[in-house]
Design a binder for this molecule. Sequence first.
Ligand code: ZN
Ligand code: ZN
Length: 176
Amino acid sequence: MKIKILPIKSSASSSQPFSFDAPIESVLAKESRDSFWASGHVKVEGFVTNKGAGSLFEVQGMVFATVNQCCSRCLEQVTVNLDLPFVADYREADSNAADVYDTTDNKDIYFFSDDEIDITELIWETLLLSEPLKILCSEDCLGLCPDCGVNLNFTTCNCRENKIDPRFLALGKLFD
Ligand SMILES: [Zn+2]
Ligand SMILES: [Zn+2]
C-alpha cells in the first residue's frame, strides 16, 4: 500500500486522496501471518497532507475490514465488519531537519523514503489494535458442552441430565 507523494511534495498544505483494496493477508507482517486472528478483506480510504516542511506528511483515513473469526463460546466462524479510523505522521527518513518537528501530540511517527509512503505497517497496526476481545456468534450463544464438546446451538446431549444438581439434591431432602 504505497502512496506516491511527489505531486504534493513541493506544495505546502496540499492534500491527495488514496484508496486500496486488498486481501487482509497482504497487510500482515510476514512473521505474524500464522498467528493472526482473522482472515478476510480490507479496504483503505484516506488522504495524505503535506504539513509544510516538505518532509513531513500526515496520513489519515479509514480501514474497512471484513474479518472472519471464531465465536469464543461455540467456535463457529463469525463474520465481523470493522470500521477503523487511523492517523499518523510520516517523516522523510534522510531529512536533516528531523528534530525541529513538534512531536508532543503523541501521534505515531513513521518514516518514508523515495517520495513514496508505504502505509502497510500502519494499516496492520490499526487492525491489530482493534482486535475484538470477545466475539460471539449471537448474544445468547449456548456454546459447547463442557463434558462432551457438542455445539449446544445445534444439538443436545445428556451430560447435564446425568449429573445430579446438588441444589436439587438438597431440595429432595426437604420432601423426604
Ligand atoms: Zn457461538
Ligand atoms: Zn454433553
